[in-house]
Design a protein around this ligand. Structure first.
Ligand code: NAD
Length: 272
């Protein structure tokens, strides 16, 4: 038996939502490097197309960008149809998109003042979007009759509370930040959806798992990085490429007996 081949994704088609984001870019690149054809799905059509062209050039796989708002059922249904028309089938789904907000003041508002419309807007992407995409792609996988692998991105804050003390003096996106409750609640819901679908679709050979990243370096100020890192057993924030190994494992035959799990890639933060 070639154990290395278990990780090979040649001939598979992967659909990645939030595909041209900070982590999404690494996820799509990792899947392509493992041999998969990649449908890069993002609300930002242009960045999705640009990344897809790069993947084709660098990894010699088929890749295409698809503009889609995962919170809109019509947009999702048209996108999945277009992906199937282009690639023939979908074998791997990485449900990864998450919304921040156009209005960062509303997104980072204190809980006591949090606006219901803002709460709903984030939920509509982070969990309604996961539901709509899993529903549309799961239906397609069942139609294909070959099983499949679904990976859903949660977060360390789907399994543990943020330490609110680390946000004092922490700047990102040009302002003071925190982790809003809507983020924690939506990410905990992702884990619930994963477990439900893992048992629901087990008979169809569709495995469903969660990947939970810890805080990843992406331009946070030094103070945030210092305070966050001090709580992490490995002593630092994650680097975006460090999420990819777990994704390829979950996407491939290497994890053929793994379903309903949550792989937490957090430098040990959750282990204290
Ligand atoms: N970066 C981290 O530190 C970190 C930590 C834990 C979990 N995560 C999770 O990892 C995933 C990727 O995060 P990221 O850091 O790459 O964030 P990001 O903001 O860079 O990427 C998110 C992507 O989703 C897209 N998107 C937003 N709304 C959308 C919609 N309605 N429809 C389709 N696409 C939409 C954005 O355009 C963006 O490309 C998210 O689920 C996030 O919650 C990230």
């Amino acid at each position: 038996m070639s154990y290395k081949k278990l990780f090979d994704l040649k001939g598979k088609t992967a659909l990645v939502t939030g595909g041209s984001g900070i982590l999404g870019t690494h996820f799509c690149s990792g899947l392509a490097d493992a041999g998969a054809n990649v449908a890069v799905v993002d609300i930002n059509n242009q960045s999705a197309n640009e990344l897809a062209s790069k993947l084709e050039n660098i990894y010699s796989v088929r890749a295409k960008g698809f503009g889609c708002d995962v919170s809109d059922p019509i947009s999702v249904s048209l996108m999945v149809k277009a992906v199937v028309e282009h690639f023939g089938e979908i074998n791997i789904l990485h449900n990864n998109a998450a919304g921040k907000s156009d209005d960062l003041n509303a997104f980072f508002a204190p809980f006591e003042d949090y606006d219901l419309d803002q709460w709903r807007k984030i939920m509509s992407v982070n969990i309604d979007g996961m539901f709509l995409i899993a529903q549309a792609v799961g239906k397609q996988m069942i139609k294909q009759g070959k099983g499949g692998s679904i990976i859903q991105t949660s977060s360390i804050y789907g399994v543990m509370a943020p330490d609110h003390r680390i946000y004092k003096g922490s700047f990102y996106l040009g302002r003071q930040i925190n982790t809003p409750a809507v983020y924690s609640a939506s990410k905990a819901a992702v884990i619930g959806l994963t477990k439900h679908l893992a048992t629901y679709w087990a008979d169809s050979g569709i495995r469903v798992n969660t990947l939970s990243p810890g805080g990843t370096e992406s331009g946070q100020n030094e103070e945030f990085s210092r305070l966050y890192s001090a709580r992490v057993p490995l002593g630092r924030m994650a680097r975006a490429h460090e999420m990819v190994g777990a994704l390829i494992y979950l996407a491939s035959e290497a994890s053929s007996y793994v379903t309903g799990q949550n792989i937490i890639v957090d430098g040990g933060l959750q282990a204290w």
